[in-house]
Write a protein that binds this ligand. Structure first.
Ligand code: SF4
Length: 379
């Protein structure tokens, strides 16, 4: 995850470079349930509106939560499927809050309404992320559900009315890129706190739709627009947060963009981006799926590091006998191809390994999703 706003702020108001705080444990994205009321085109978990066998029981979820807390995990992002379909979602969420986790809820928003907003508010979620893939027609097409856009927007407004920090999550594809400026406008008009731009990843349904992925030029134009909009909002004193995910080359691209627009800030920005260090899968990001399998991130569902029903998460996470885990935890990573020769490996650290693996069968091959030219990365 790339916290763009943080680095745009560094361009305008540089802050001293201090040693980076060490994360006590990874952020855990937890797919509590695979059931979903929608069947979205780009869903990585290929969910459906049906019960999936073998999912963790609520007691097992509580036990895992205890282990995560002892291990030092600071953040739980409760996801799905659609997490609100879990019959014990509120018990699970309250318990997570009581244990002191920062708790996020990642929802499609269609099930948030006047009937449950009080219960949602009572949890005290630190953040609720709601997916919007475009304007009404596009979103409903992506979500394969008429009326989904209106329901999700209603959910955002309800959360705002109840003082819940809420953000929109937008997965960029060739089919919705033309609406990207309007999505940022919607964010502004609706006073939405946070915008998460997710690049389409080659996994789950995303893999089957590889040919639909935006071409690299489109990604670059989108990022240019995002940088400019983020900066404008910052200068206007609007407190908006922009975050991107699934393409750590975004950090490098910001540096290259700043070279043209803010040449005086380059040295400082480069130091800050190097401190960030790029891809965190298997290190500061973890995923537990509905069955209890642990993965380096949400796009490695075909690759299990172990199951929390058999071994505690804390043991699985520290076990580097698995070659993928050992390689992900190595700094710098042992990369190949363009990533090995890239001048900016210290910022990006090879980006998203699952894309390299799916295309070549090699965990450490260059990331095919890198949208920077050879000249730009010094190859
Ligand atoms: S070549 Fe690899 S390391 Fe360099 S920016 Fe692209 S993905 Fe990142």
């Amino acid at each position: 995850m790339f916290r763009l706003s943080q680095y745009l702020k560094e361009i305008i108001n540089p802050t001293p470079i201090k040693p980076a705080p060490k994360m006590p444990g990874p952020v855990v994205i937890w797919n509590l349930i695979r059931r979903c009321n929608l069947t979205c085109k780009h869903c990585y978990s290929i969910s459906a509106d049906t019960h999936f066998k073998g999912e963790l029981s609520t007691q097992e979820i509580f036990d895992v939560m205890d282990d995560l807390k002892t291990f030092g995990v600071p953040v739980l992002i409760l996801s799905g499927g659609e997490p609100l379909l879990h019959p014990d979602i509120f018990d699970i969420s309250h318990r997570a809050k009581d244990k002191g986790f920062y708790v996020g809820l990642s929802s499609n928003g269609t099930l948030i309404d006047e009937n449950n907003i009080k219960a949602i508010t009572a949890v005290g979620y630190d953040y609720v992320g709601i997916s919007l893939d475009g304007l009404r027609e596009t979103h409903d097409y992506f979500r394969r559900s008429q009326g989904a856009f209106d329901k999700s927007l209603r959910a955002i407004r309800l959360c705002q009315d109840h003082d819940i920090k809420v953000g929109m999550r937008f997965t960029l594809t060739q089919d919705n890129v033309r609406e990207f400026p309007q999505m940022l406008q919607l964010m502004d008009e609706e006073n939405i706190d946070k915008f998460y731009l997710s690049h389409l990843n080659y996994a789950g349904r995303g893999n089957k739709n590889r040919k639909d992925d935006v071409v690299h030029q489109m990604t670059r134009q989108t990022m240019d627009f995002l940088f400019e909009t983020g900066l404008e909002m910052l200068k206007a004193g609007k407190s908006r947060e922009f975050v991107t995910g699934n393409n750590d080359a975004d950090g490098v691209y910001l540096l290259l963009w700043a070279q043209h627009h803010f040449p005086d800030s380059i040295e400082h920005l480069q130091s800050k981006l190097t401190q960030w260090g790029g891809n965190a899968s298997g290190v500061n990001v973890a995923n537990i799926d509905n069955l209890g399998n642990v993965h380096p991130d949400t796009f490695w569902w075909h690759y299990s590091l172990g199951n929390v029903k058999q071994r505690p998460f804390s043991e699985i996470w520290l076990d580097t006998s698995d070659s993928l885990m050992a390689g992900l935890k190595q700094r710098p990573r042992s990369l190949k191809g363009r990533c090995e020769k890239c001048n900016y490996q210290a910022i990006c650290d090879g980006n998203t390994r699952v894309r390299a693996h799916q295309l070549t069968g090699d965990f450490w091959a260059e990331d095919p999703g890198c949208y920077l030219t050879d000249e730009e990365i010094g190859v």
